[in-house]
Design a protein around this ligand. Structure first.
Ligand SMILES: Nc1ncnc2c1ncn2[C@@H]1O[C@H](COP(=O)(O)OP(=O)(O)O)[C@@H](O)[C@H]1O
Ligand SMILES: [Mg+2]
Length: 364
């Protein structure tokens, strides 16, 4: 075992869990149960402790057991050099509080990256053909876990962009816009540069791992390539800032008419090819799934490469989406990580089984 491990979890009033104390196995933990029993909720609580938000687009309030005022999560993890205790309290009418090893944190950025995680669901298997937004999220969540500066830069970029868009939208004439847009453009360009360079680096880093995973999963010789497509309309070198500024100016009239900014890293994407054919438009469903899975496995390997430690792996309902051969290969691939799997029926999986019934772990 070369990875981080979650030792135990305590939940109270989180989703449909009134009270739960659960100790985990170092290797494979399997949550089995019928639909709507709380399997995904359990993964969600783990994910929340690592990323500081849900993988669903959910408001914090919705995570609290219906009718209750607050929810509580406590997670104990073992890392290479130290243990980590994450405690989170969610409230229906005030801000959440997060403590790491009993010390309250001020910003979410202090939490992200403490315990690294890779999350898989049928949704991620579709990563390849989803909208670019999903692929940006994929880059952002991954890079942020290894790079806090990037995490802060993202929120900075969003704020600058919002201000620039407000100016474009609310100004009566383009002359008014021209008077003040320079400060936003300068800030936007500086921030975009950091984000674009990190994303490019990330895509280059995971590409060989994705190729390896794809060959392994498909058993074939298809060549998988990933290309970072920057939405800034300039090349990624020392001319970036100067040229992006020019592109912003060139598009100003159009942006003013539309009322929003049409160039920037908020338009980024990853182009994905199999043997030089774009998978998004021309790949079969099977190919798209295998590539989606390969991207996630590449994340895992890349995190190991960066941290010297594997992240924790959450697999939500993915086995039902894969044929037997790919299921087997996936499990072989991930036997180095602590893994949490949900499924509706007992597969031939090796691991500690937890039967989930109505927000409780039933005796098996
Ligand atoms: N805030 C909440 N309070 C109580 N129950 C909730 C809350 N949010 C979701 N649920 C319940 O959780 C169940 C869904 O859990 P989920 O983990 O998605 O199930 P599955 O086992 O199918 O993965 C549903 O029965 C839903 O009503
Ligand atoms: Mg589920």
């Amino acid at each position: 075992m070369q990875g981080m491990k979650i030792d135990s979890l305590v939940l109270s009033n989180f989703r449909n869990y009134k009270d739960l104390k659960i100790k985990f196995d170092d290797k494979v933990n399997i949550f089995i149960g019928k639909n709507a029993q709380g399997k995904t909720n359990l993964l969600e609580s783990i994910y929340y402790c690592c990323i500081g938000k849900s993988f669903k687009s959910t408001k914090d309030k919705e995570l609290i057991f219906w009718g209750e005022e607050s929810a509580y999560i406590k997670l104990l993890a073992n890392k290479k050099f130290r243990d980590e205790e994450i405690e989170i309290k969610l409230f229906s009418s005030q801000k959440k509080s997060i403590q790491i090893n009993k010390l309250p944190i001020k910003k979410l950025g202090e939490l992200i990256g403490e315990i690294n995680i890779v999350f898989f669901s049928p949704q991620e298997l579709k990563l390849v053909r989803e909208s670019p937004e999903e692929r940006r999220k994929f880059m952002d969540i991954d890079i942020s876990q290894n790079n806090k500066r990037y995490f802060y830069q993202l929120s900075r970029y969003e704020k600058i962009l919002a201000n620039r868009n407000k100016l474009l939208k609310n100004s009566k004439t383009i002359e008014v816009v021209k008077d003040t847009i320079d400060i936003w453009d300068r800030a936007l360009v500086a921030s975009a540069k950091i984000i674009a360079f990190e994303r490019e680096k990330f895509v280059k880093e995971i590409a060989p791992y994705a190729q390896k995973a794809h060959s392994f999963l498909s058993g074939g010789k298809e060549q998988l390539s990933l290309v970072y497509k920057c939405g800034c309309g300039v090349s990624l070198d020392e001319t970036f800032e100067k040229n992006m500024d020019k592109v912003l100016k060139k598009n100003l009239e159009k942006d003013f008419k539309l009322g929003y900014t049409t160039v920037g890293v908020h338009r980024d994407d990853i182009d994905i090819f199999l043997n030089d054919v774009e998978v998004k438009n021309f790949g079969s469903q099977g190919q798209q799934r295998t590539v989606g899975l390969s991207l996630k496995l590449a994340e895992l390997e890349n995190m190991y490469n960066i941290n010297g430690e594997y992240p924790i792996l959450l697999l939500d309902d993915v086995f039902s989406e894969l044929d037997l051969d790919r299921q087997r290969r996936l499990l072989k691939f991930v036997d180095r990580t602590q893994t949490f799997i949900t499924c509706t029926d007992e597969k031939k999986l090796d691991g500690k089984i937890y039967n989930i019934v109505d927000g409780k772990v039933a005796k098996s």
